[in-house]
Design a protein around this ligand. Structure first.
Ligand code: ATP
Ligand code: MG
Length: 430
């Protein structure tokens, strides 16, 4: 019996994990510039929080939850997304209080869980980087959030994407549109795909997002939400577009774009890629928008919100498709090579010392011959080798070799202990 990882999960092995660290580092840098601070919430939550926030009739809640009863009889779910947990933390910790920043701006990085059919860029445990901003109903926040997402893409070197936006309006606008949509779709019910037919009763807006070929001609002629925005909603959306123009951020408006989560209103956006990483199929890498009712919905004050989530697996696919050179070169500072048995204790001590002063250092543990040790050193991309031979050791000397140029020179061992940084620095310029 060979154990296998559960379907839709992945092991992120060394070689790959460096890419994750790279993305996380870039995200941290970008979010520092935009002044979002990191928040970490549990990876499981009470199921009720998610059904309440994301919506009873959404795919996430109806078919994709990893939920279970814990030993205390609580109905728990692994979090399928990042917004509801952050908003829960915001309300529970009263982060809207006067001692906190307002608006409250956070980012998160971590795993999410959805029981989906796995394929390229679609997993059951996947990872998101996201932001949430709570406390400001200002189009500048929407535009700042979009700009932060784009800044993340550009800092990673991803260039092939487009920004698509839409507005779902406020409650009133959305209700007016829902009625128009029902009036239009109900007589056509028999022509809809089975999924969409079901959604007609539960979540008609979601039909606009259908990927079924059968639904496409019907969706194309459906009433557009943009025609049902009331004056306030219209003004809000116009301002968002103006601000994007002011910042020269290119965008498209897709009036049929909706989101798979119920809490959104006003501005929504997606960053999509048709990169070869996704076999040319337009794929959403980042998605988000405004959610003005959510804080209240889960028991907090009437406080507006805005956020986005971006899938790290999809960021990596896009990144790799555009990358010309290897992202990460494995590199260590020093490889300590031993010749002869008497060097063993000295190697133990020197490796320890060099690591303590902050260098990244490796050595042999497998009694390899000298030639094989050099081979290892090269494989690891070592800058310097320190060669400790029995004969040299007897007179207190070691040889340091600069691997790239092959230049080598002898030093007193005690100088290596005393001034390693200086010695390596000097050698770097040889
Ligand atoms: P999709 O339409 O692709 O299912 P979604 O609308 O369900 O996406 P969101 O809930 O908005 O996605 O999540 C935001 C981002 O998280 C997506 O754009 C994507 O990058 C990523 N994501 C969502 N679900 C998955 C998944 N199962 N595997 C990998 N990444 C995912
Ligand atoms: Mg989905």
């Amino acid at each position: 019996m060979i154990y296998q990882r559960p379907k839709g999960t992945r092991d992120i092995l060394p070689g790959e994990s460096e890419k994750w660290q790279y993305i996380e580092r870039k995200a941290q840098e970008v979010f520092k510039r935009y002044q979002y601070k990191e928040i970490r919430t549990p990876i499981f939550e009470h199921l009720e929080l998610i059904t309440r926030s994301v919506g009873e009739s959404t795919d996430i809640v109806t078919k994709e939850m990893y939920d279970f009863e814990d030993k205390g009889g609580r109905h728990i779910t692994l979090r399928p997304e990042g917004t509801a947990p952050v908003v829960r933390a915001y309300v529970e910790n009263k982060l809207y209080g006067p001692e906190h920043q307002n608006p409250y701006k956070v980012y998160y990085i971590g795993p999410m869980f959805r029981y989906e059919r796995p394929q390229a860029g679609r997993l059951r445990q996947f990872h998101q980087i996201g932001i949430e901003v709570l406390g400001a109903d200002n189009p500048a926040i929407d535009v700042e959030g979009i700009s932060a997402a784009l800044a993340l893409f550009s800092s990673l070197g991803i260039k092939k994407f487009k920004l698509v936006i839409n507005s779902l309006g406020d409650k009133e606008s959305r209700e007016a549109h829902r009625i128009a949509l029902l009036n239009y779709l109900t007589p056509l019910a028999d022509k809809l795909s089975p999924d969409s037919k079901r959604r007609l009763k539960t979540n008609p807006l979601r039909i606009l997002d259908s990927k079924e070929a059968q639904d496409q001609p019907l969706v194309a002629d459906a009433p557009s939400i943009l025609d049902y925005l009331n004056p306030e909603s219209k003004t809000y959306f116009e301002t968002v577009k103006e601000m994007l123009n002011t910042l020269k951020i290119p965008f498209e408006v897709d009036s049929n774009m909706v989101r798979g989560l119920d809490y959104y209103n006003h501005t929504i956006f997606e960053i999509m890629s048709d990169s070869k990483a996704f076999s040319g199929v337009n794929t959403t890498i980042c998605a988000g928008g405004r959610y003005n009712g959510l804080v209240e919905e889960i028991g907090g004050p009437n406080i507006p919100g805005f956020g986005f989530g971006s899938g790290i697996e999809r960021l990596i696919l896009a990144l790799e498709a555009e990358q010309e050179k290897e992202l990460i070169d494995v590199n260590i500072d020093v490889y300590v090579i031993g010749i002869g048995e008497k060097s063993a204790v000295e190697i133990l001590k020197l490796v320890e010392h060099l690591r303590q002063i902050g260098l990244s250092v490796e050595r042999d543990y497998l009694d390899r011959k000298v030639k094989a040790q050099f081979k290892q050193a090269n494989k690891l991309g070592t800058k310097f080798s320190v060669i400790i031979g029995d004969d040299e050791l007897a007179i207190g000397k070691v040889t340091v070799k600069q691997m790239e140029t092959g230049y080598e020179t002898q030093y007193d061992l005690k100088d290596i202990y005393k001034n390693p940084a200086e010695i390596f620095q000097n050698l770097e310029h040889q």
